[in-house]
Design a protein around this ligand. Structure first.
Ligand SMILES: NC(=O)c1ccc[n+]([C@@H]2O[C@H](COP(=O)([O-])OP(=O)(O)OC[C@H]3O[C@@H](n4cnc5c(N)ncnc54)[C@H](OP(=O)(O)O)[C@@H]3O)[C@@H](O)[C@H]2O)c1
Length: 253
């Protein structure tokens, strides 16, 4: 089995790479900076330098991984950009990178994966969105809006690729204990409710891909909290979510 993970050089993507290598699969990963890779895992682990915002770059990486055969079984897009953009406190550069990576990068990954699976009737594609993307409210952060778009882009590709036997799984996790999340929060995750460890997340994500689930939201407590909040009138939801974001960052309202 061949698995390619865009954004597989650290965090959730790298943990997924380890998981598939332990199963004996051949795993290609990419990122912009290969020095991030904690350790090269085995001869079946193939790292490529590529940027998902550039379709030629990601296509070349996947092509180098698969060679001339369209034998890619699983493609997972973990490449994502997130910043602490509470209350709109985000620079132009951060916003640009977030939009490019999370939206254009998602489309580029779907296009690359579908080509690498052409003629293959059992391909599986997955993309990491966020639990925040399941809620629709006016004052949500730019990150949340991009992740909502990721879920919707996945819906569109699921419909388009179904006739070719390719499944699309959108993954909407709550907080996962990765180095990046720690770095953004000065190593203090005490205000991140229902934090999930990365091994648990990998098990949930890989099982959902295997079962060809359309959308997996986890952990369950976070899922039900978000679904309950979604039932509130939008003005109330806006206030609650904004206050919650400020509390997390110790901002004054
Ligand atoms: N951790 C959480 O709590 C959490 C919760 C919900 C959703 N998520 C989502 O899960 C995904 C992974 O998050 P993480 O915490 O594991 O973060 P991470 O460790 O920073 O992983 C992101 C990966 O994507 C790569 N990447 C970023 N921009 C890229 C680009 N333009 N082209 C190619 N690769 C790129 C990074 O490598 P380079 O920077 O070297 O390119 C890295 O390998 C993200 O989409 C994030 O939004 C995370």
């Amino acid at each position: 089995m061949n698995v390619f993970i865009a954004g597989g050089t650290s965090g959730i993507g790298y943990a997924l790479a380890r998981h598939y290598l332990e199963k004996g699969y051949c795993v290609g990963v990419c990122g912009r900076d290969l020095k991030k890779i904690p350790e090269s895992l085995s001869e079946k682990f193939k790292p490529f330098q590529a940027n998902v915002c550039d379709i030629d770059s990601i296509s070349a990486a996947v092509h180098s991984f698969t060679g001339h055969e369209n034998n890619l079984d699983i493609f997972i897009n973990c490449a994502g950009s997130y910043a602490e953009d509470v209350a709109g406190k985000i620079s132009y550069e951060e916003a640009e990178e977030m939009l490019q990576t999370n939206i254009l990068g998602t489309v580029n990954c779907f296009e690359t994966a579908r080509k690498a699976m052409k003629g293959h009737t059992k391909g599986k594609i997955a993309v990491i969105a966020s639990v925040s993307g399941i809620m629709d409210y006016e004052n949500s952060s730019l990150y949340t809006k991009t992740k909502r778009s990721v879920i919707q882009i996945a819906d569109a590709y699921r419909r388009a690729l179904k006739p070719f036997g390719i499944s699309v799984t959108a993954v909407a996790p709550g907080y996962i204990d990765t180095g990046k999340l720690r770095q953004l929060n000065n190593n203090d995750l005490s205000k991140k409710p229902f934090l999930t460890d990365v091994e648990t997340a990998v098990n949930i994500i890989s099982t959902a891909i295997e079962k060809q689930e359309k959308l997996i939201i986890f952990p369950a407590k976070m899922k039900w909290m978000m679904k309950s909040l979604s039932l509130l009138p939008s003005f109330l939801l806006n206030i609650i979510m904004y206050r919650k974001a400020q509390w997390m960052k110790d901002d004054q309202p």
